[in-house]
Design a protein around this ligand. Structure first.
Ligand code: UGA
Length: 461
């Protein structure tokens, strides 16, 4: 099949590479020439500046110039294409609705080309990005406006998690295809031939609107799990003595009806999807005059969680942040990424600065550059001058009065040793990710310990 992937970010690029691995002729198209040049160069460092996913670079090396081609101009290659996959940014607007401007610009570009094509064979236009319910119809209207003939629209949402985009594309747990006609289903079956009738992969064919809804319901439910554990399970363990969080999780999730995913309590879920998708669904339902109490509560609980431990430090540990130096460990929204979109660290920094800290000593193995350029840029806000960056957790902790663990980087599991050998009590350890299993040793040695999903423990002094 001849495929054009429109948009080569975190979704589009891995998808293009994996489709090429399966022997399709794939053109990965982006309007950003710098990106395309980086991908064309084939150099790992250049590619990873834009998309950093395990296995991506080797998948590109295996297929580039044989099955996979990069281009910032599709006018010459559009003819004869079977499928266009739209993989574009759909960021949130201020009111929670979805900004479809990138998406609709791309759709108009494609429509203009398709209206002029020489061949009139069936072409299917597929949405992979998360888009509001009904966007496939919008795409249909755009194509009609331009007089495109013999086309179909479909929704084929992606369910990839960051850090697992290549493996997730090669072995998805399900492929959801929403289309209108048997002819279009057939074309998609040929594209996904290796997944149709697979023993472990669910291949679901449905309407475009159902496919669009599946993506929202899935992400909203995943965030509901997390918020349930943060807002109920963790709260209980933080309130009543002798409730052990890990045992609570095991005891509850042993029931096969209850998901284990989401039971990892934290200082709030971040990333580019959960917050955006729940706000968008709230907006879409509200627009239709529907109540959205549960979704609103889930969203609020998750946002509250991002600064909750800092407030607990004040109220339960009696810690005043004013003029203190705080080590902030982890900036990315989760481990193994440099992505800080909606990260809990953004809210934590805001809260710490508002509480008058003298200095934030930040460390993240991957996200420092993103933090300096996009987020905590002193040119945007002079208070960010109070953030200093260090090359290790140990350096960040040196000379601080408290440490706040914000991201679940594996290396933070050994932190009790680092704390022990670097700072002396009184010292407050705030564990937003339950990264310190041997916290008792710290408490014995006089360090104060405040975890998510556990009571405050004053150091023995
Ligand atoms: C999420 C979904 O997991 C994917 O299924 C979905 O396809 C994707 O969004 C998307 O819509 O594109 P992702 O944002 O990469 O994927 O990240 P997750 O691994 O789900 O983590 C999201 C946040 O929740 C992170 O901050 C993570 O640390 C936190 N989390 C996750 C918890 O706090 N507790 C948990 O038990 C699990």
């Amino acid at each position: 099949m001849k495929i054009i992937v429109v948009g080569t970010g975190f979704v589009g690029l891995p998808h293009a590479a994996v489709m090429a691995e399966y022997g399709h002729e794939v053109y990965a198209y982006d309007i950003d020439q710098k990106r395309i040049d980086a991908y064309k160069s084939g150099e790992a460092a250049q590619i990873e500046r834009y998309v950093n996913e395990p296995g991506l670079v080797s998948a590109i090396h295996e297929t580039k110039d044989r099955y996979l081609f990069f281009t910032s101009d599709i006018s010459d290659v559009a003819d004869g294409t079977d499928i266009f996959f739209f993989c574009l940014n759909t960021p949130p607007n201020r009111d929670g609705s979805t900004d479809l401007s990138y998406y609709s610009n791309a759709a108009h570009t494609v429509a203009t080309l398709l209206a002029k094509r020489q061949d009139k064979k069936r072409v299917v236009l597929v949405n992979k990005s998360t888009v509001p319910v009904g966007t496939a119809r919008l795409l249909q209207n755009i194509m009609n406006e331009h007089g495109v003939e013999n086309f179909g629209v479909a929704s084929n949402p992606e369910f990839l998690a960051q850090g697992n985009a290549i493996e997730g594309s090669r072995k998805p747990d399900r492929v959801v295809v929403g289309a209108d006609t048997e002819e279009d289903f057939q074309i998609l079956r040929r594209v996904y031939a290796q997944f149709v009738n697979h023993v472990r992969i669910r291949y679901l064919e449905t309407t475009p609107e159902t496919a669009e809804s599946i993506k929202y319901v899935a992400n909203n439910l995943l965030l509901t799990y997390i918020s349930f554990w943060n807002g109920v399970g963790a709260r209980i363990a933080e309130t009543f003595p002798n409730v052990r969080m890990e045992d609570l999780k095991i005891g509850v999730t042993a029931d096969t009806r209850i998901s284990t995913w989401g039971s990892y309590v934290s200082n709030g879920a971040g990333g580019s999807c959960f917050g955006k998708d729940i706000q968008s669904m709230i907006y879409q339902l509200n627009q239709a005059g529907r109540r959205t109490d549960l979704l609103q509560a889930v969203y609020n609980i998750n946002e509250y969680q991002k600064t909750y431990l800092i407030d607990r430090a004040v109220h339960e540990a009696g810690f005043s942040f004013n003029q203190k130096s705080v080590a902030l460990l982890g900036l990315a929204f989760k481990k193994r990424t440099n992505d800080m979109r909606d990260s809990a660290s953004l809210k934590a920094v805001e809260s710490l600065l508002a509480k008058g800290v003298r200095e934030i000593r930040a460390y993240d193995p991957l996200a420092e550059e993103a933090a300096r350029t996009y987020w905590f840029n002193p040119e945007k806000n002079h208070l960010f001058e109070r953030i200093n960056y260090f090359d290790s957790a140990k350096e960040a902790i040196k000379g601080s009065d408290a440490v706040y663990i914000s991201t679940d980087w594996e290396e933070f599991r050994g932190l009790s040793h680092t704390i022990n050998t670097t700072v002396k009590p009184p010292y407050l350890v705030i564990d937003g990710r339950r990264m310190i299993p041997d916290y008792q040793t710290l408490v014995e040695r006089g360090y104060d310990f405040l975890p998510v999903g556990g009571m405050f423990l004053a150091g023995k002094r």
